[in-house]
Design a protein around this ligand. Structure first.
Ligand code: DCP
Ligand code: MG
Length: 420
């Protein structure tokens, strides 16, 4: 008898993303908040206080004043319109009763390690994509191609379910998984049934499940490209799939337009890469109020030093040193400027980072008030394994944000106040 089972794709790639990750970790600590609108994004001052009777007093969003943003929110808070990156005071208008909690990155990193270790025990080919997401190559996991009853994808579903269960046992947290023939589709699929979702798609599902989605759901179509496509009347992935290649090429250039077309047809050959070194490590902070280089010099200077110290301890903990030191400044009005400097030899200590970052700072016009300051170390190496240092110093400058034209570079006149 001929085998009528449709053949499975060559590759079976999963994308796993934790649900409301930071907020869910907080709920492990404060289970009484389960089911409530909760927002992570406060400062230490918003830490819940233990009352005499053993209950906790939480901080309500309506009592917040300041300029912080929502780092993440629970699904009940999202139902009220509160999402990542929204200003906390704006969020307070939508969800005044929501609970505000400070972020605890140590805890999130701990749970990140736990869930990744749990997955690796079941399927070792894992690509780390950040604190709460991974790709997993399930292609060669034993049993994955076994049908279950009449379902040719039964083995895939059952393995994905086992992975979800194992993540839950290890952490008490739920995640959402998409399994498809490639990374591009899996990244989209994992979001289709969030939270606690499991979505398995083959190429046959492309027209019904992927094409109706807005183009922005494709990882790699950012706000600019998305807006541009919409202006051309291309709203959905399906419309993108049908768009004439010449039209795309005209507006997006030859390389990106070919990629757009392939993405819309669900094509992606990228392998799951099991190991990658970070490109850079950075620390940044948004101020509670805009600070001026001259008037708030002392405050800025100590924030700047603290950032360099934190960065140095990050580098030491992770076992890296770096040769390129960069700064990021965001001014009132959201103009963002970056500067960097490449040193002869890699550094790891706070003083050297501070010194080089200070040099970068001298190349920025600081007449406008600042709302954010960041320090970054790039060109990373492991101590003892670095390539020989360069003879020359190279300095780079780039600018982004609302006014990309902010690449006003060159030395700033000596008379300008510097907080270094
Ligand atoms: N995060 C952040 N700043 C953002 C977005 C997210 O710091 N602008 C942090 C908080 C999130 C974590 O990264 O908990 C993971 O990001 P996700 O986009 O996966 O968001 P969540 O896991 O919170 O929710 P979801 O269930 O939609 O995945
Ligand atoms: Mg997530």
């Amino acid at each position: 008898m001929a085998d009528s089972t449709p053949s499975l794709p060559d590759r079976l790639i999963a994308h796993l993303d934790m649900d409301a990750f930071y907020a869910s970790v907080e709920l492990l600590r404060y289970p009484e908040l389960k089911g409530m609108p909760v927002v992570v994004g406060g400062r230490r001052a918003h830490t819940p206080q233990l009352r005499a009777d053993g209950t906790r007093e939480f901080y309500k969003l309506q009592d917040y004043t300041g300029r912080g943003v929502v780092t993440t929110s629970t699904y009940p808070a999202r139902a009220l319109g509160v999402f990542s990156a929204m200003g906390l005071m704006k969020a307070a208008l939508l969800a005044p009763q929501a609970i505000l909690l400070p972020a605890d990155f140590e805890a999130y990193r701990h749970y990140s390690r736990l869930f990744k270790a749990a997955v690796r025990e079941m399927a070792p080919v894992v690509e780390d994509r950040g604190i709460d997401e991974i790709y997993i190559d399930l292609t060669d996991v034993p049993g994955v191609r076994d049908p279950v009853g009449h379902d040719p994808l039964g083995g895939v579903r059952s393995l994905a379910r086992d992975i979800k269960n194992s993540v839950f046992s290890a952490t008490g947290l739920t995640c959402s998984i998409g399994v498809t023939p490639n990374k591009l589709l899996s990244k989209i699929a994992s979001e289709l049934d969030k939270p606690d979702g499991l979505t398995v798609l083959t190429m046959d599902d492309l027209p019904t499940r992927i094409w109706p989605l807005p183009v922005r759901r494709i990882n790699g179509i950012g706000p600019k490209a998305g807006a541009r496509l919409n202006e051309l009347g291309i709203e959905t992935v399906g419309q993108l799939a049908q768009a004439p290649q010449e039209l795309l090429s005209q507006h997006f250039g030859p390389g990106y337009s070919v990629w757009l077309h392939q993405a819309a047809w669900g094509l992606d050959d990228r392998p799951v890469v099991t190991y990658s070194e970070p490109v850079s490590i950075s620390r940044e902070t948004t101020f509670e109020r805009d600070l001026h280089a001259k008037r708030d010099r002392a405050e800025l200077s100590s924030i700047f030093t603290a950032l360099c110290e934190q960065l140095s301890s990050d580098l030491q903990r992770k076992g890296y040193q770096g040769r390129t030191i960069g700064i990021k400044l965001r001014f009132e009005g959201f103009r963002t400027v970056t500067r960097d400097l490449t040193l002869d030899a890699p550094v790891q200590d706070a003083a050297s980072i501070r010194q080089a970052a200070g040099q970068c700072l001298k190349r920025v016009d600081l007449t406008q008030r600042l709302r954010l300051l960041g320090v970054r170390v790039g060109k990373l190496s492991r101590p003892g394994t670095e390539e020989p240092g360069r003879k020359t110093r190279r300095a780079g400058a780039s600018a982004g944000g609302a006014a990309g034209a902010a690449a006003q570079s060159g030395p700033v006149p000596e008379t300008l106040p510097l907080f270094d």
